[in-house]
Design a protein around this ligand. Sequence first.
Ligand code: A2P
Length: 274
Amino acid sequence: SIPTHTLNDGTRLPAIGLGTWPMSDAEAERAVAEALGLGYRLVDTAANYRNEDGVGLGIARGGVPREEVVVTTKLPGRHHGYEETLASFEESRRRLGLEYVDLYLIHWPLPRVDKYVDSWRAMIKLREDGLVRSIGVSNFTVEHIERLEKETGELPSVNQIELHPLFPQQELREFHAAKGIVTESWSPLGRGSSLLEDPVIVSIAEAFGVTPGQVVLRWHTQLGAVPIPKSSNPERQRQNLDIFGFELGPAQLRAVSDRAHRRLGGDPVVHEEF
Ligand code: A2P
């Protein structure tokens, strides 16, 4: 079984999960059912991935008791605001076909729209009502999180951010650690880059007899972050979960991310995804 983190609300989060972007409903249904069969217990989707129906069907088909699966979805930018968030959550819940969602995240802060604090108050309400077990954010910076804390007194349990060896986000991770927030990594394998062909990573993989993908995912878990690699391929799903039988040394951990750093995705301060 997979190691877990205990969140600041007392619930448990598996140390690795399955990402589902970009999967269609049909692809997500199959991939989620297969992943649960392989032992995955954390599944990540979002209203904006447009596959919550498929994810829900995959969970139903996976045959794992509901309480053993941590299902994550996210509030889209177009639904920021207190009432809008409550209504948007209800739509996500209905599409997923679930009585409750384990982890609900604000997908992007959209600071220019300036409604994320209202959305956050609605997330707190959803948790109080028992419709959501844990609440968090995604793509928030230190400044956005500090504002939530100042205005509501409530910190997120999770911040899901772009994180991989090309963009290791050390400062933000240190802030999370100091605040008791668990970091989740999106694009953990550096999607769209040639990270997995990097000679340093390839040679570390060879030394352990594992794949470059496994080295990178192990790097995440040793940093204390929870990667959610997307894979629709059963063999890669299997290897992505099989990362706890080896350990990178301190020099290897440094070598994996010792390179020029750059984002592959949107900058949270300006990215507006509705
Ligand atoms: P596939 O679905 O065919 O396995 P990220 O999670 O960083 O966004 O990366 C996801 C991409 O990486 C997908 O294209 C996925 O393709 C591929 N992928 C997933 N796991 C591995 C792996 N272990 N090795 C190589 N590629 C992988």
